[in-house]
Design a protein around this ligand. Structure first.
Ligand SMILES: *Cc1c(COP(=O)(O)O)cnc(C)c1O
Length: 328
């Protein structure tokens, strides 16, 4: 069973999110813990996973400002581009996708969908794309900021963070058991930052799927400040792979940076094998970029004894299954 997002109203969206199923998973890869998966991949057939949480508050904001144009950017297999295009079609919003790299003869399956959903695709060189976070970028690509809501790559703005916080609050309300740990995959860390503000209990663990350096932890602190929360970042474990955050009022949060498997979109054989073995054993579909690394990280931490025996652990399945088509 899957849900269907019918409008950009945040409260209605939250009602739908409360119905997303939790699945208890028994698997040889996670011995000694009580593992549950929250299936946000089933939230909506097209606007799936954590991208929906980040997009809905952005689209609601566009509505408040009276804007019917949204511009965003991403790569050829981007889940965010795919979800934004689908949301544009569903809610009658004009969307432009600024795509990294020159247009090639054949579009990726992701971009083919996006085009069919009605997204205008605008290809820019990798050089130009690198400037996407600078103020000059919008001017360069000809976007009028008075007429358009610009949503950064991955939905990484304060509205995206609000979406992550909403997910945390939904988890507080709908959890079938009291979780000791909640695990989530981090690309930009927007979802993680919001979760840290929304979750009431347990340790929040973020698994960085790319070599992010300090960018995720820096953004984390910035977002917490913007939400009026204090966050102190400190490195633990001899600088090895644990960064710990203490947040006033909540659940502690930790970022793991040792499980990127070589970098963003890198697929070493051991990761492919883990994904296919775990899918076969549990029947749970995983995406190649985020959730497969997330579960691999949890599995390795469990095997190393870093997760106390008997812990109730929730893994957030953040969707991204459309991206499987990029990895035959
Ligand atoms: C984008 C994405 C993430 C990462 O979300 P951030 O908020 O950018 O950290 C995780 N999982 C999936 C499936 C995604 O598509």
């Amino acid at each position: 069973m899957s849900g269907y997002i019918g409008c950009v109203e945040v409260d209605a969206f939250a009602m739908l999110a409360l119905k997303v199923p939790y699945q208890r998973v028994a698997s040889v890869f996670f011995p000694g813990i009580d593992l549950w998966v929250r299936r946000d991949d089933l939230l909506d057939p097209l606007i799936s996973g954590n991208k929906a949480y980040k997009l809905i508050p952005n689209l609601a904001e566009a509505g408040r400002r009276g804007l019917n144009h949204v511009v965003t950017c991403g790569g050829a297999w981007s889940n965010h581009i795919h979800a934004t295009a689908a949301a544009g079609a569903r809610f009658g919003v004009n969307v432009v996708g600024i795509i990294r790299g020159e247009r090639s003869d054949s579009l990726s399956a992701t971009l083919e969908d996006a085009r069919r959903f009605g997204m205008d695709l605008c290809f820019v060189s990798r050089d130009q794309y690198r400037r996407r976070k600078l103020p000059c970028f919008l001017d360069e690509v000809g976007i009028d900021v008075n007429k358009t809501l610009f949503v950064p790559e991955g939905g990484a703005n304060i509205w995206g963070v609000h979406g992550g916080r909403l997910l945390g609050r939904v988890v507080n309300q709908s959890s079938p058991v009291k979780f000791d740990q909640v695990w989530t995959a981090c690309g930009t860390g927007t979802t993680f930052s919001g979760l840290a503000a929304g979750l009431q209990e347990g340790l929040l663990v973020g698994v960085e799927v790319l070599k992010a350096g300090t960018s995720i932890s820096t953004d984390f602190s910035r977002w917490q400040c913007q939400m009026g929360r204090a966050a102190d970042a400190a490195v633990r474990g001899g600088g090895r792979e644990l960064r710990n955050f203490e947040c006033s009022g909540v659940a502690r949060s930790t970022l793991l940076n040792g499980f990127h498997c070589g970098g963003y979109a890198k697929r070493p054989e051991y990761l492919q094998k883990f994904q296919s073995d775990m899918e076969k054993e549990t029947g749970l579909p995983l995406d190649p970029i985020y959730t497969s690394k997330l579960f691999l990280a949890l599995s390795q931490c469990v095997m190393k004894g870093w997760v106390p025996r008997g812990s109730k652990v929730l893994v957030l399945h953040s969707g991204g299954l459309q991206g499987r088509r990029g990895y035959p």
